[in-house]
Design a protein around this ligand. Structure first.
Ligand code: NAP
Length: 306
């Protein structure tokens, strides 16, 4: 598996990881079981995508518990765990307690990458950052990252950190949603903060299996404006072109969507419900999109979020 270096560390992470939001079992529909997830995580690790992205809020701890189940008996050095603490736990003492609880659910004595899940307007950022440093000092956490932090807040965090680096920022980034390219991603590149792209296949929309007349009905996507009929209609030509590109490379459309982000320097963490989806997503590693392919995918499509 191709790797990239996490931030300024020496840790090599696979360009494709495993997204375990679905593993929480809440909001993503009922077409998969805990066993499917456990098998999918094992398949992913076995095939080199040994980076698992989870969070305390995914299924209120259930996702982390399934990561533990899937990794039981494995050598701890053979997989990388990234999890997250959510804003209700951003007070100093609560960050420590949340980390301890995650460690227990994950069945490990350290987390490779511990991330602030999204910015908070109430607890001073300095206090939360200082708790993250304490965890890193104690070895409960190897590296510190964040998710959903725009450039000005990243800058603030860099100023607060004393003994550790900010190694990554996880952001929504896919062919359709590329706002990060304006300000946040350039700042991250300048400061060697790794881009971890979430929703890299636009929550399944870029697989080509959904259309105006066939939309997912789960809670998460039925309330996401991305899946509005008018938006799905607006991207139909892009999907057609992606389909042709996938045929050219003898692959699936999901892997074209992922290869596009990898080519742009990001690590991707597609969410999967079963091993088949992991297998399909891992095909992206072998695809080298040409500059003319990239140009074809690069178009800006106006989406309506109101
Ligand atoms: N930090 C944050 O704030 C944040 C936010 C969102 C996500 N994340 C992380 O990023 C991960 C990925 O993002 P995401 O789950 O929002 O979106 P995504 O990876 O773009 O889409 C995942 C969905 O696409 C479908 N899918 C995946 N692979 C497929 C394949 N090869 N062929 C066909 N369908 C496939 C599955 O749903 P169906 O089969 O039902 O279509 C799956 O649930 C999450 O699991 C989570 O770990 C983090």
């Amino acid at each position: 598996m191709k790797t990239l270096t996490l931030g300024k560390t020496k840790l090599k992470v696979p360009v494709i990881g495993f997204g375990a939001w679905q593993a929480g079992g809440m909001g993503w529909g009922k077409d998969f079981t805990d066993n499917d997830i456990v098998e999918a995580i094992r398949y992913s690790i076995k095939n080199g995508a040994n980076y698992i992205d989870t969070a305390e809020v995914y299924g209120m701890g259930h996702s982390e518990e399934l990561v533990k189940k899937a990794t039981e008996g494995m050598d701890r050095k053979d997989y990388i765990i990234a999890t997250k603490v959510a804003p209700p736990h951003f007070r100093y003492g609560d960050v420590i307690k949340a980390c301890e609880a995650s460690l227990k659910r994950l069945g490990t004595d350290y987390i490779d990458l511990y991330q602030l899940h999204w910015p908070d307007n109430y607890v001073p950022l300095k206090e939360t950052v200082s708790a993250m440093e304490k965890l890193a000092d104690e070895g409960m956490v190897k590296y510190i990252g964040v998710c959903n932090y725009p450039a000005p807040l990243l800058k603030e965090i860099l100023n607060y950190l004393k003994n550790h680096d900010l190694v990554s920022n996880q952001m929504r980034y896919n062919i359709l949603q590329r706002e990060v390219e304006e300000e946040t991603y350039p700042f991250m590149k300048e400061n060697k903060i790794t881009m971890i792209a979430y929703s890299p296949i636009a929550k399944g929309l870029l697989t080509g299996k959904y259309s105006e007349n066939h939309l997912p009905s789960d809670e998460i996507r039925s309330s996401d404006p991305l899946f509005r009929k008018e938006n799905v209609k607006a991207i139909s030509q892009l999907l057609k072109d992606m389909g042709e590109m996938a045929d050219k490379y003898r692959t699936d459309m999901a892997s074209i969507a992922l290869a596009y982000l990898i080519k742009n320097g990001a690590m991707v963490i597609p969410g999967a419900k079963n091993s088949k989806q992991v297998e399909s997503n891992l095909k992206a590693e072998k695809i080298e999109l040409t500059s003319s392919d990239m140009e074809k995918l690069d178009r800006k499509i106006e989406l309506n979020y109101f």
